[in-house]
Design a protein around this ligand. Sequence first.
Ligand SMILES: Nc1ncnc2c1ncn2[C@@H]1O[C@H](COP(=O)(O)OP(=O)(O)OP(=O)(O)O)[C@@H](O)[C@H]1O
Length: 251
Amino acid sequence: MSDSTILAARNLTKEFRGFFAVSDVDLSVIRGSIHALIGPNGAGKTTCFNLLTKFLSPTRGTITYNGKDITSYSPADIARLGLVRSFQISAVFPNMTAMENVRIALQRARGDSFDFWRSDKTLRQYDHRAEELLHEVGLEQFAETPAEELSYGRKRALEIATTLALDPEMLLLDEPMAGMTQEDIERISSLIRRVAKDRTVLMVEHNLSVVSDLSDRITVLARGQVLAEGTYDEVSKDERVVEAYIGSGHD
Ligand SMILES: Nc1ncnc2c1ncn2[C@@H]1O[C@H](COP(=O)(O)OP(=O)(O)OP(=O)(O)O)[C@@H](O)[C@H]1O
């Protein structure tokens, strides 16, 4: 493994009662890149993502992060190493403002989550960083807006801000464009590009135009195996990839 590899999987396999959802997958993510995991429905993307984020344990195979074997680590262990999965929108507190949500995420990241009800002063110390994070995701004008009043795209931006509060070196995004309008897609795309400037991003994404627009490298899965890997141009010209998508009836 070269120094430029930040996350690597070797022979990653997940068997569910005799069915191999992911089978001998090798994957290398280059530091500083945006890497997409794509493939037709049922290809094993979510399973692979859950293995890499440690939400599932592999049947066999290894995962290394910055050269360290993290195969047996928990999601919390890898988050401490800087490998952070972006949580779903439900992780955002709807009644709290955007600012309060980011402050609480910062507070949790520092590990002092239990007195946050009581101490206003404790929360205030995170204000400056919270403002920076809201600015980074383009939500500075919405600081005082309750999360539930934000558009779907802006909720996703807020959710990314709460993930950035953990100061990730590498961000794992699960279908960041799911359920988005075209306007939201453009906003979240430029947000991902911005946050990826000094971080590595791995994402599972169905929207191929987003994948082609954002990704430096793409791994195509089909039937639990790696079918192709390369730039969008390379993989989209690969006949096996075209066939796998057509065969699956993917639109
Ligand atoms: N917990 C499980 N138990 C049994 N089979 C599973 C389980 N999780 C996933 N599978 C099977 O593994 C295969 C791959 O599923 P997975 O969700 O990883 O694919 P995917 O590429 O993310 O698909 P989609 O694009 O439809 O979300 C599917 O056939 C699925 O039914």
